[in-house]
Design a protein around this ligand. Structure first.
Ligand code: IVH
Length: 672
């Protein structure tokens, strides 16, 4: 049995390598899934512990993300050069310091993502860190493990693995996949990521590795930083070895004997970089010989043996024809520049967000201005400069409205935010957006309820809030423009269907400020129902891991003002108020009494044989509550190996502490 499992693991690793690293799959996705399922089944049936480098173990773990850990040696940055002159100066400095020894240069693409360090012990991935401040990185092991092109175990070669191997590389999100994520984020009421780098950084620092796993992250390894007991003479030799170990290195790496060749490589990629699946912001030029690198050394910030030769950001010049105000779902007024259409990096640009009033003032942006538009790795074009010298005098200063352009209510400017907001909750612009959000794919998913229909429903006052959707009848609907009886019946059917939506979808659909999909799930995992959530305190919401004071305040405010809306939804017959919907965890009331019932627990440290997430599930399944911080309301702290500040706090507050063994015993008592 054990060999069967091991053979299967090796086979899956081989296929993962073919697919994610070499981009040459040998079997179909379906065949791959069958192998994975088979492995899962064998592992479940076996008594042997599942090793952490098994292909089934990409998501899980439960280690605390974000612990600060020192790097073996600093993760330095690169000095930049922007033109051929600066490149030549770099070459001259290198030659002078090396006293004209023949110098070979390696050129690589500079990937625009997030630098990370990966540590393998005897071939098994044991730790992953962010670059952090260069001296200390953050522990993001669990999130890095979810990246399919990061091998959990290296490929064996004729020599044993080094006891410790540290490699460094860049995690990124492919360009095309970023668009998908942004469409999704906008539907979730979250701001889009401005560039692939932010998207990669945001994804790697998520507290929940299962969310990271769903992000299309990829990696290129560019440095072998340390290999215990193994010496290489050149950077290219180390790259070759890393590839043989199954690490993913970028294929567009070349060797050059002269700086002219380096310039040619750069020029080739100035032209061809747009065809790549990922964003690059330049070329990295490195001295190949390690003995030369050592001789050249580093400054406190940069190595003297490498330089980043950056690409120019892509720019275009156009004119602002108009500035419009959009009113968002939460009432925020966003100015948008309507541009004379212009092509930039292969796309026609007609709009550019101006973000807020302050942005218009600081950049002194006027209607009629000629402006420089830039897309530098940024998917969303931004206005980088106003060509004030081109002004004719006909440009018009934009006066930010004092009233909502849709409903006419006076706007509010808060001290804390730069945002200007229409505070009229009945503003039809907001209402239309709120309904669209409620009906969107990730909320209540009401098919057939598009913007044109919503606009008519609101304008004809058939719908004044989302609950009114449930009062709509075929007859009234069929009288709307472009809506016959068949589409109207269809819509009524889909609206009725939406009553069965799980509670977290309804919560997300309510469009509470700062409550995106993930936050909605976290809240429901903790509170189970809208009724409990609507009656809770700020402090309790804040105690949930991943939820900060801003979100908590927004939730409490929403429920203090919207009880009538909740009542209307309940009356409309939404299942989440009455029956147990397909909630993300079972209702506590269904659970028989146990030691855990009604008590609040905090779990910390590592519990041998169980992740903290599993422990939380067990507690919740027995009617207990799990929070993330120790307060006077905590009944017990469950402290595993390596418990830290939570332990100290529990001792300070006199909170009883259960060891992992005590906890397992209590679980078993309940089961008996
Ligand atoms: S070498 C000490 N090679 O660029 C030199 N860096 O601006 C270590 N980067 O922090 C870096 N692609 O995160 C190197 N092919 C490449 C790279 C690369 C992207 C990133 C890296 C570094 C940053 C410096």
């Amino acid at each position: 049995m054990r060999t069967a499992i091991n053979d299967l693991r090796a086979l899956i690793r081989q296929h993962e390598h073919k697919y994610y690293i070499e981009n040459q799959p040998e079997i179909s996705d379906a065949e791959f899934d069958v192998l994975m399922k088979e492995l899962e089944t064998l592992e479940a049936a076996s008594d042997a512990p599942i090793p952490p480098d098994s292909p089934t173990q990409r998501v899980g773990g439960g280690a605390v993300l974000g612990t600060r850990i020192p790097h073996r040696n600093p993760m330095l940055s690169l000095n930049n050069s922007y033109d051929e002159q600066e490149l030549r100066e770099f070459d001259e400095r290198v030659r002078r310091l090396l006293e004209d020894a023949p110098t070979e240069y390696v050129t690589e693409l500079k990937i625009d993502g997030l630098g990370v360090s990966l540590i393998y012990e005897h071939g098994v991935l044991t730790r992953g860190l962010t670059r952090g401040d260069g001296e200390y990185g953050e522990d993001i092991t669990d999130n890095l493990r979810t990246i399919r092109s990061v091998p959990l175990r290296l490929v064996e070669t004729e020599t044993p693995f080094p006891a410790v191997l540290e490699v460094r590389g860049e995690v990124f999100i492919p360009k095309d996949r970023l668009n998908e994520i942004n469409v999704q984020r906008e539907a979730d009421g979250e701001p889009p990521f401005a560039n692939p780098r932010n998207a990669a950084a945001g994804s790697l620092r998520l507290q929940d590795a299962s969310i990271t796993a769903a992000r299309p992250l990829d990696i290129f390894i560019y440095t072998l930083n340390y290999a215990e007991g193994v010496e290489f003479t050149t950077h290219t030799a180390s790259l070759e070895m890393m590839k043989r170990w199954g690490l993913k290195c970028n294929p567009h790496t070349d060797c050059h004997q002269s700086i002219e060749d380096v310039q040619n490589y750069y020029e080739r990629w100035v032209a061809e970089r747009h065809d790549l699946r990922y964003e690059t912001d330049g070329v990295v030029v490195k001295v190949n010989e390690f003995s030369h690198q050592n001789e050249l050394g580093t400054t406190s910030k940069y190595p003297r043996w490498a330089i980043a030769y950056k690409f120019n950001a892509q720019q275009a010049i156009t004119t602002i024809e108009k500035i419009e105000i959009q009113v968002g779902r939460t009432g925020v007024l966003t100015p948008v520049a309507i541009l004379k259409p212009v092509t930039l990096a292969g796309a026609t640009i007609t709009h550019a967000t101006l973000h807020n009033e302050q942005e218009i003032q600081t950049k002194d942006i006027r209607v009629g201005d000629r402006i420089v538009l830039e897309r530098a790795g940024d998917v969303i074009p931004k206005i980088v400069e106003v060509l004030t010298a081109d002004r004719t005098g006909d440009e018009v200063v934009f006066v930010f409205p004092d009233r909502c352009p849709v409903c006419g209510t006076s706007v509010e400017r808060s001290e804390a935010e730069v945002a200007v907001r229409c505070v009229n909750v009945s503003c039809v612009a907001q209402l239309k957006r709120r309904i669209a959000h409620y009906a969107s794919r990730n909320a209540l998913q009401i098919e057939g309820l598009g913007p044109a229909t919503i606009a008519q429903l609101v304008d004809k006052e058939l719908v004044r809030d989302v609950a009114d959707l449930y009062t709509l009848e075929v007859e009234a609907l069929s009288k709307l423009d472009r809506m016959g009886v068949p589409s109207a019946s269809n819509l009524v059917y889909h609206i009725a269907q939406s009553k069965t939506a799980p509670v977290e979808k309804v919560l997300f659909g309510l469009g509470i400020f700062h409550v995106g999909e993930t936050v909605a799930e976290l809240l429901i995992e903790y509170f189970l129902s809208l009724d409990t959530l609507s009656k809770t305190t700020l402090e309790e919401i804040e105690s949930i891991d991943g939820i900060g004071p801003q979100i908590a305040e927004s939730v409490v405010n929403f429920f203090s003002q919207n009880q009538p809306l909740l009542d209307k939804l309940r009356e409309a017959g939404l299942h989440c108020f009455t029956v147990e919907t397909e909630s993300i965890r079972p209702e506590a009331s269904a659970v028989p009494d146990s030691f855990f019932s009604g008590k609040t627990f905090v779990v910390t440290g590592s519990l041998e044989g169980m992740t903290r997430t599993e422990a939380s599930k067990e507690i919740k399944a027995r009617g207990g509550k799990v929070t993330s911080s120790v307060t006077s309301k905590t009944d017990y702290l469950i402290a595993g190996e390596g418990a830290g500040s939570k332990y100290t706090k529990a001792v300070d507050l006199d909170i009883p502490i259960l060891t992992a063994a005590d906890f397992f015993e209590k679980l078993q008592q309940g089961d008996a």
